[in-house]
Design a protein around this ligand. Structure first.
Ligand code: NAD
Length: 473
């Protein structure tokens, strides 16, 4: 790639002397260079965000919302270019990658509908008590590689609408499309309001310990989330942590197997199973287990895995080498332990490809059941009793999302209420919208994104007690 994509600091291109390779996971070869920010670059970005904050904060909510809509439209207008870049660095096939870019544009516009009105919580003859919502200051946003653009857009649309300024850091594996969005938005947002910088493993910790940030909004693994929480404690930075998941999907005995199998399959394997809210433990009722297993295995064998630039493929590679090695080792370990692996069709030799793989009814204690694989290996688990399967689903350190499939919606809702997760889908999967808060119980995170609840996390409530004139009492 000849075009040099730059960081955005103070509304301008920031060139670095140091760069890093960006690898196309479908070829395992470098196809571009991304800037590698130094500590001085980070300081410049924080200083720019700090300087821009007073003027951005005092714009009216409506003015900021209008700019969010313009930002969303600019992303949508550049969707084709961004999609190509996205597929090259992330690996997801072109035909489904565009949804992520369109989603990012729509998110800016969708969040712009939320207001933060002053709430009157007491009105008596003695006084009025109002609760105002104020921005926090400069926000640090750190994003993973699995949905790099969409998740960055969630953080940007929340933080900026609420009146904060920010510095965004994409994953070192997928920096380009996000940096390009920074370039596109330079013409729309005032300088310094949105700064986007990229760098290696050293940049994240430099950010989370930087005293210039008031809040860290982080999406990524639980292990990193714990480190971030510890470093935020030093100066009591606010945090939102969107972390890992090991989501259970419960398929009840009354479903039509032929009808639901493909949807259940996609709920697990979309984006080559690198989705925080993907099905990672699939509980199937004993009476339909064999039929469902065979149907899912048939899909694994026929749905195409390959280079995302080729329009035939529905599934791409693992996004990066460490993740590829991790999932490959998990598959090898499962095989060595004598578990029955049902493999999908052949995958390319070059690039970080692994076959879509099912594990036939392993014990609940197997690593492939207990841990978040974050790759295309899905345990199928038999159950016969509803109370028992709900207990097994909840027996996890995670609590992000879950799914229930049944013709009996009332019964499915009862199951949904008993799952210890932040989201449950009934007869659907992987749905997120700007209107619905998403977040997890237990080790899946702290706080939520999206909806009014998500927006409020980028604000501090201020209660103002206003006395009534004595004559009025
Ligand atoms: P990761 O934790 O390795 O990295 C995420 C980001 O944090 C990257 O930008 C990385 O550079 C940065 N980082 C790494 N170490 C850091 C440190 N010590 N301090 C500050 N920043 C640091 O996660 P990943 O492998 O990129 O993403 C996969 C994980 O993300 C999975 O566990 C998945 O479930 C989770 N995830 C969660 C959600 C959610 O909404 N809950 C969404 C997507 C992904």
């Amino acid at each position: 790639m000849t075009q040099q994509i730059t960081m955005t600091i103070n509304g301008q291109a920031a060139i670095t002397s140091d760069t890093m390779d960006v690898i196309n996971p479908a070829t395992a070869e470098s196809f571009a260079q991304a800037p590698r920010a130094s500590e001085a670059d980070l300081n410049a970005a924080v200083d720019a965000a700090k300087a821009a904050y007073p003027a951005w904060k005092v714009l009216s909510h409506t003015q900021r919302a209008e700019l969010m809509v313009k930002a969303g439209d600019a992303i949508l207008a550049n969707a084709d270019e961004l999609t190509e870049l996205f597929t090259a660095e992330q690996g997801r096939p072109l035909k489904i990658a565009k949804d992520e870019i369109l989603g990012a544009g729509m998110w800016f516009k969708g969040m712009a509908r939320f207001e933060l009105p002053v709430e009157v919580v007491e009105e008596t003859k003695y006084r009025t008590v109002e609760v105002h919502r104020e921005p926090l200051g400069v926000v640090c946003a750190i994003v993973p590689w699995n949905f790099p653009v969409l998740l960055a857009s969630w953080k940007m649309s929340h933080a900026l609408l609420a009146g904060n300024t920010m510095v965004v850091k994409p994953s070192p594996y997928t920096p380009l499309a996000t940096l390009r969005i920074g370039e596109i938005l330079r013409d729309i947002l005032p300088p310094g309001v949105l700064n986007i910088i990229s760098g290696g493993d050293e940049l994240g910790p430099l950010m989370t310990t930087h005293p210039g940030f008031a809040k860290i909004s982080f999406t990524g693994s639980t292990a990193t989330g714990k480190r971030i929480m510890a470093s935020a404690a030093q100066d009591l930075k606010r945090i939102t942590l969107e972390l890992g998941g090991n989501d259970a999907c419960i398929v009840m005995p009354d479903v039509d197997v032929d009808e639901v199998a493909q949807q259940v399959f996609m709920g697990a394997f979309f984006n080559t199973a690198q989705v925080c809210i993907a099905t990672k433990r699939l509980y199937i009722h004993d009476s339909i287990y064999d039929a469902m297993r065979d149907k899912l295995h048939g899909l694994a064998k026929t749905l195409k895995v390959g280079n995302g630039a080729d329009s035939d493929n529905l599934f791409g590679p693992l996004q990066n080498k460490p993740q590829y090695e991790r999932v490959k080792a998990l598959m090898a370990e499962a095989r060595e332990r004598g578990l029955t692996l049902l493999e999908g069709g052949a995958v390319p030799d070059k690039g970080y490809f692994l076959p879509l793989t099912l594990v036939d009814n392993p014990a609940d204690s197997e690593r492939v059941v207990v841990e978040e694989a974050f790759g295309p290996i899905l345990p199928l688990l038999r159950y016969s009793d509803l109370d028992e399967v709900i207990a097994r689903a909840n027996d996890s350190e995670y609590g992000l999302a879950g799914a229930v499939w049944s013709k009996d919606i009332e019964k499915a809702v009862e199951v949904a209420k008993r799952l210890e997760t932040g989201t449950v889908w009934i007869n659907q999967n992987l749905q997120t919208t700007p209107n619905t808060p998403i977040g997890g119980h237990k080790h899946s995170g702290i706080g939520v994104e999206n909806g009014r609840d998500g927006l409020m996390e980028f604000t501090q409530p201020k209660s103002i007690f206003i006395p009534k004139p004595k004559s009025a009492v």
